[in-house]
Design a protein around this ligand. Structure first.
Ligand code: FES
Length: 201
């Protein structure tokens, strides 16, 4: 009777596996490097992803409202305007004076055009006066005297009348003439749209 056994074969297999799988401490692991074509492909993909992210961010940024209504930089709404030739209406949050002079209605930015001080309305002299270096401006924002290089800056606005008509500030920020205060439904002042005068005019 012949007895066969596979013990030597198993031992050999174990010995073979041990020889290939066991890592010797300190032995460097070989990581295959990308070839030139793969490397360029990865660079191109990364550039494309960066461009897409930047474009998406820019679109979202442009679509979001920058300023809320009622906060400086955004829209302000007035339900009434001063009578022609009377003291201006002060909007402290919007940083403007709503002035109704003989030549029309205008929203004047509260910052002096010389070096940026806050000028004030002076009832006694019936004009705007800057406390810093003495520049003075008329009710409609025109320069009178002092070192200011130009008349007061103004904001673009839309006057909505009860008739449904709308009057809009022109590109040079001239006062909107001929407004009857009793016919005004709403005035929308855009403090995000400042118009600088060309000079002392
Ligand atoms: S800052 Fe107003 S006059 Fe100088």
């Amino acid at each position: 009777m012949t007895v066969t056994t596979n013990k030597p074969a198993q031992a050999g297999a174990v010995a073979k596996a041990s020889k290939t799988d066991v890592k010797v401490p300190g032995e460097a692991i070989q990581v295959p490097l990308p070839n030139r074509r793969e490397f360029l492909f990865y660079c191109w993909g990364a550039s494309l992803a960066l461009f897409a992210a930047a474009s998406g961010g820019a679109i979202i940024w442009f679509m979001l409202p920058r300023f809320k209504e009622g906060e400086f930089g955004g829209i302000f709404r007035e339900s009434s305007i001063p009578d022609r030739g009377t003291s201006p209406l002060n909007n402290a949050t919007g940083k403007y004076w709503l002035s109704h002079a003989e030549d029309g209605l205008v929203a004047l930015y509260k910052v002096c055009t010389h070096l940026g001080c806050l000028y004030a309305w002076v009832e006694n002299s019936f004009r705007f006066e800057c406390p810093c270096h003495g520049s003075k401006y008329e009710l409609n924002g025109l320069w009178i005297e002092g070192p200011a290089p130009r008349s007061l800056d103004r904001f673009s606005m839309t006057v909505k009348l009860t008739s449904g008509a709308e009057l809009v500030t022109n590109a040079t920020g001239d006062p909107i003439p001929g407004i009857d205060p009793s016919q005004v439904a709403e005035v929308v002042v855009d403090t995000g749209s400042r118009i600088k005068r060309a000079g002392r005019v």
